[in-house]
Design a binder for this molecule. Sequence first.
Ligand code: ATP
Length: 472
Amino acid sequence: MANNKNDVIISLRDIFVEFDGEVILNHINLDIKDKEFLTILGPSGCGKTTTLRIIGGFLEPEQGTVTFEGEKINGLPPYKRNVNTVFQKYSLFPHLNVFDNIAFGMKIKKLPKNEIKRRVKEMLAIVDLKGYEKRSVSKLSGGQQQRVAIARALVCDPKVLLLDEPLGALDLKLRKNMQWELKQIQQKTNTAFVYVTHDQEEALTMSDTVVVMNNGVIEQIGAPADVYNEPVNAFVADFIGEANILNGTMLDDCRVKILGEELECVDKGFGQNTPVDIVIRPEDIEVVKPEEAKLVGEVTEVVFKGVHYEMTVMCKGCEWIIHSTECSPVGSKIGMKIIPFNIQIMNKMFLAEKNTFYAEVISASEEENKITVKVEDSEFDIENYYFETGSTLEISLPPRALSIAGDGVGHIDDVYIESVIFKGEHNEIILESDEQKWLMQSDVDEQVATYVPLKFDFTQAEIKLKEGANET
Ligand code: ATP
């Protein structure tokens, strides 16, 4: 760990933000400690930049408090906060040289010339641009410009530097170099960095603390190794690193059933016969002889990845990924041995074996054996059922009976795709409409954080009158 200080500088408490009636940050809590490199990681649109804007003072939350060293700073404008920001488009002044770009803020503050000169020189040494003072910034490479932007943001010695995808515009090689340099700069200056990215590798390599966000909430906060080795749920497991994520049943403490096989694990406290999500990292599966393991599969694909072979294995209808330094050829039968410690058990993100919802019959034809129902704000027909107008129905649909309407005509429109997790044999997709969450199974890989029309296959439905509802 780079920092050994645990002093909290900035605290966000119960932060709630809505844009146009849509919840963007849903009561988040976050502590930023002195001198730490904290990375906010999550898919596009999950609320990372919004969180950064709250810290920087560019946006006021509807609810919640922001404190700086224990004092509430809600309402304090950005320039009065001891925080500075580096944006993806680093907006240097193209007509000024490197020195004047870095010195700009200090000149406005009318600091003595000697001091400005000393500080700019110090900063240039830190960002490895010694001797570049007179260069025009427009003649610098992308990486050099980025370093000037960082020097400019750090020269006034803020306690916290906010960086919003600062390496996003750079090509991959430069990006890798800059990751290392940023970490060096952070350690040399002893400033807390709050870094926003959607690149999990970047987050794991650079950070002391990783904050994983999804859909306006913080899913997990921890050291990179903890978040990787002990993800709290399937979203985190899937987002960070490669993973085999499967459905399983926790039979009892330390006993889990995966694909019909009972295996030993180390987790406790999930109760008995509880449906759970399981994560097994590809490097944690040992390839053994088929007779030496309970799980046996056939290798269907092998890709050499430089350090290891990546093998795709079909086992009991599920696709597994295994990383091994030894290659098992395509077509071979292998045993997959997993020690209890490497089977990570997680609570399900949304526990539902079927989707149950209520519908109001708004018209009905006994002759045509057809009803028209209202669900949330949508109205649609259901064939082959008859219930009287005015009755309330309880409808249950298995996850397989849900799909995304390819023709754009769904039963419920504008349903939000909250997560898409590949579970070895299909994708498990969690969706959210105005009033409830839905669980869908699909062979198609859908785009997370998009709005889609949701379609139901009523031939798989169980439809009955809602218990206790009045029949008319
Ligand atoms: P990205 O990685 O794509 O930058 P992000 O995680 O940083 O995404 P935010 O920029 O925080 O996401 O945006 C979160 C959500 O809030 C998005 O759906 C975005 O469209 C919406 N949003 C952000 N700013 C505004 C605004 N000023 N008005 C309306 N909606 C906004």
